[in-house]
Ligand binder design. Sequence first.
Ligand SMILES: N[C@@H](CCC[C@H](N)C(=O)O)C(=O)O
Length: 259
Amino acid sequence: MTINFFKYQGTGNDFVIIDDRSERFPASDQALIERLCHRRFGIGADGLILLRSDPDYDFRMVYFNADGAEGSMCGNGGRCIVRFAHDLGLFETKTRFIAVDGEHLAEVLDDEISLKMSNVSGIEDRAGITFLNTGSPHVVRSVDDLESLDVVSEGRALRYDSAFQPGGTNVNFAQPINDHTLFVRTYERGVEDETYSCGTGVTAVALVAHQQLNMSAPVAIQTIGGNLRVSFNAKADGQYDSIYLIGPAKRVFTGTITV
Ligand SMILES: N[C@@H](CCC[C@H](N)C(=O)O)C(=O)O
């Protein structure tokens, strides 16, 4: 099988994107998707995204983690597929698409993409660990010296902690830099490694920073792969809406692979 693909990255979180409006891609072939994402035996990516048609939206986003399994919402992947759809000419500047967690609005702002995220119903304390779902499940942990933290071993332990089974969770480590900025490193479920950034993850960190550090929107987040901003509306009942993830998303290369 010959597959035409596009490689995009959003602050270093990278994705194989396929225009699958024909719906010919074998989406149930987990081994194939895992191989395509493999950094030695495939194209290499944190995830794979299908762009498909939808009767009620500009397009449908279908997301797979690097392990080949269909995943929950991907914030950086959402920004990358918006850039891809814009590159395909599917819309002018604003778009409305459907993903696994529902409808998303997005806008192209020159180099940046602003993506409206799902509302967040609350921030939980699970066995003393801060947990929330921003379209994907996330733990948020504050640390003092993030630069030297062993994110993979610390992250893996929490990812598989019994408090988050079944399904597990992504794990974000955050260090405040000033009263509106944090440095964040993330261990990602389904990649089973540290990624250069995680969009639903930095969204989670921003909301926790509001609740626990009284940071106001927009919260600036520095990641290994670049800088993101998260704006939001904090409702009286501890819920959050009008959440926007804003930052760069770029095409890296295109290619054809025969598998
Ligand atoms: N990198 C993504 C998150 C993708 C899904 C996550 N790995 C999970 O399985 O929950 C993002 O930018 O949000």
